[in-house]
Design a protein around this ligand. Structure first.
Ligand code: G3H
Ligand code: ZN
Length: 278
């Protein structure tokens, strides 16, 4: 069943739900296959940057069909959106969760816009994620061409932000990057611990790809309830497909699309399982 973000993240005790980026039938199918195989929930996440790949309505129609009969809940989330008109369109299309990304704005402006989005979305029963702090850009990410650099989330600001905006989840910056790491990651569990003490809404970790498993476990132990993964799914799937094509350049495209979904589901399954184990 499609539920909102607040519902899918509620009642999690030292566990997290994975949020996996989709931009095609194959990626949607891959995430749903992993939910089917694990019997555990997942968030189907469509980034506003993928509007050239699919329309919001097309995503919603395919997701509605793909989640039928799944053994666990899913949420349909609009990822990283700075444009409130697109957020409005996602609400109208039937998304159950939206992220307003005002992380590049001054604090007060981010607060004002995040609060307005929360009011608009809550009126329809839709959840809102916002972001405070800035995540650096790693390699091979499709998130953005602009690297805003790393700015760790300030715990006191995070508490104020959560209180005054009324958002349902908060993305924090603690050293992960969008894309694959260029160097050894330095994940600041100490900062996360401070944020967790002061903020009661679920915390979100962006830039899950390539993060060492023991760091992911520590993040979950210290309050992270949603983890976003994108680049690693693409990296793994493209490399495996390249090998398959190199072995048979006459392979039929219909077979490749099925393989694509299966490869996506392998990475998603790994993460769903990791995030849900204690
Ligand atoms: O919002 C999406 C993510 O934060 C994905 O980051 O590509 O590093 O896994 P990633
Ligand atoms: Zn992100």
């Amino acid at each position: 069943m499609l539920v909102n973000l607040k519902t899918i993240l509620s009642g999690l005790d030292k566990k997290a739900v994975g949020s996996f980026n989709i931009y095609s039938y194959e990626t949607i199918h891959g995430v749903c296959r992993a939910v089917e195989k694990t019997g555990k929930p997942a968030i189907i996440s469509f980034g506003a940057s993928y509007l050239n790949n699919m329309s919001l309505g097309m995503v919603k129609s395919i997701v509605d069909e793909a989640v039928k009969g799944l053994p666990a809940d899913t949420a349909l989330h609009l990822d990283h959106c700075k444009d409130t008109d697109i957020i409005k369109a996602a609400l109208e299309a039937g998304f159950t969760s939206v992220m307003y990304d005002g992380s590049a704005l001054p604090f007060d402006e981010n607060v004002k816009n995040s609060r307005a989005v929360a009011n608009m979305a809550h009126a329809r029963g839709v959840s809102v994620e916002a972001e405070l702090g800035s995540i650096a850009l790693g390699q091979y990410s499709n998130e953005s061409d602009i690297d805003h650099g790393e700015a760790y989330t300030n715990p006191a600001n995070a508490a104020e932000f959560a209180n005054v905006t009324g958002v349902d989840a908060l993305a924090v910056s603690i050293g992960t990057v969008h894309g694959m790491y260029k160097a050894e990651p330095n994940i600041r569990i100490d900062i996360l611990r401070e944020i967790s003490k002061m903020v009661s809404i679920p915390l979100v970790l962006h830039g899950g790809s390539g993060t060492p498993e023991e760091k992911i476990k520590e993040c979950i132990e210290n309050g992270i309830k949603k983890i976003n993964v994108n680049t690693e799914i693409s990296q793994y799937t493209v490399k495996r497909l390249a090998d398959i094509i190199a072995g048979d350049r006459n392979i039929h495209l219909s077979k490749l699309t099925l393989m694509q979904s299966e490869l996506v589901s392998e990475v998603v399954e790994k993460y769903i399982t990791l995030f849900a184990e204690r």
